[in-house]
Design a protein around this ligand. Structure first.
Ligand code: IMP
Ligand code: MG
Length: 370
């Protein structure tokens, strides 16, 4: 009885049954009853997602406790990314109170970190976290999660309070996204590694949308748009355009191309903050990065290639060896650490970037198909 449901453009299949949810909530409630014997904790529910978990948990607590709610929203409308906005604040003084944050799901932990910082600045006696669902592979923070109903993978879930674009919260069990047909690849590597050339080939073969932040900014610069004006000084000096400009631009692009079979990100993300923001943007679409393919080429070879490209194109940043070297420095400092970020998620694949275009392309195709 695999009852598939459809929400907006996506299909979902049953994942965690009502009974299992009940069982795990009972287990968490028993633990809280035990840990908070003789105390009077304040349960702070994070709206909107935690509503069902919160009430089912509350019903099973036999200690004296109070309740309050916080509402936060992240990446909404035209707000800059990386910011979790407090929409509704606490109306209770939590000074010297034992506080338990109650969440529906902890994914990257960005939301939780904001709430944690906010609440701990008000001097609670203790601060713990209870969440129905936890995605350990996506979690980028170090705050301990004290009570967990279920540890789950990175797949997008819906139901029992969780929404997909605001619908599905009322489902009484948890569903998992069915056809995650989107395939998203990051083509990674230092300037001159061949990302642009290879992206074009991958795009054609796998029918993916190529998103090159460098090309987008160059387009804006050429047309002298407001964004182009802002980006110009950074790019021409071989420095990184600030994260918020890049992320905003990617967000707009992802919104524009809604029916894509997936993306090749070329030149993005370039910093860990951008990588975290990208995970969040894709998670909102019920998707994720599948792999990061890194083209590995030595620096002297890169400089040679870029100077050659500078002779053939009008790119100012390719015509001056000191600017090229600066881009390498920036790459090694800001961008290279992303290898670890994606290695930790088991998504990193290194590919030898030396050889003919065809040879390199073949290696990349093998990596993708694997
Ligand atoms: P964070 O990444 O831990 O900050 O989580 C951000 C928010 O993304 C969560 O509070 C949820 O609203 C949403 N979210 C993350 N994963 C899922 C999911 O699988 N289904 C529905 N919403 C999710
Ligand atoms: Mg939430």
């Amino acid at each position: 009885m695999d009852k598939i449901i459809k929400l907006h453009d996506k299909s979902f299949s049953p994942f965690i049954s009502k009974e299992k949810i009940e069982n795990e909530i009972s287990r968490v409630a028993r633990q809280i009853n035990k840990d908070y014997q003789g105390k009077k904790p304040l349960l702070v529910g994070i709206l909107n997602g935690s509503i069902l978990f919160f009430s089912d948990l509350l019903k099973q607590l036999d200690i004296e406790c109070e309740v309050a709610f916080l509402r936060v929203s992240s990446y909404k409308g035209t707000e800059t990314t990386g910011n979790v906005k407090k929409v509704l604040g606490l109306d209770k003084d939590i000074n010297n109170t034992d506080v338990i944050i109650v969440e529906d799901i902890v994914d990257t932990g960005i939301t939780l970190e904001n709430i944690f910082k906010d609440l701990s600045s008000n001097n609670p006696k203790s601060l713990k976290v209870a969440t129905l669902l936890f995605k350990p592979k996506a979690y980028t923070k170090n705050y301990p999660i004290d009570y967990v109903g279920f540890e789950v993978g990175n797949e997008f879930l819906v139901g029992y309070g969780l929404d997909y674009d605001e619908i599905g919260r009322n489902l009484d069990e948890i569903y998992i996204i069915k056809e995650n047909t989107m395939h998203n690849i990051i083509l990674f590597g230092p300037p001159g590694a061949g990302k642009g050339t290879q992206s074009e080939l991958i795009q054609a073969k796998y029918n993916l949308t190529h998103l090159s932040t460098g090309d987008m900014f160059r387009f804006h610069m050429k047309n002298d748009t407001a964004l182009g004006k802002k980006a110009k000084e950074y790019m021409e000096a071989g420095n990184l355009v600030p994260d918020e400009l890049v992320i905003k631009m990617i967000e707009n692009k992802l919104d524009e191309s809604n029916n894509s079979k997936g993306y090749i990100f070329d030149g993005f993300p370039r910093t860990t903050d951008q990588a975290i923001a990208l995970d969040e943007l894709l998670s909102k679409k019920g998707s994720q990065i599948n792999s990061m393919i890194a083209l590995e080429v030595e620096e002297d070879e890169l400089v040679k290639r870029l100077l050659l490209r500078g002779q053939e194109s009008q790119r100012k940043d390719d015509q001056d060896e000191s600017i090229i070297r600066n881009r390498m420095v920036v790459y090694n400092k800001e961008t290279a650490p992303l290898k670890d970020f994606y290695s930790n998620q088991d998504k990193f694949i290194g590919v030898n970037g030396l050889g003919t275009i065809e040879e390199i392309n073949e290696r990349i195709n093998e990596a993708i198909d694997a």
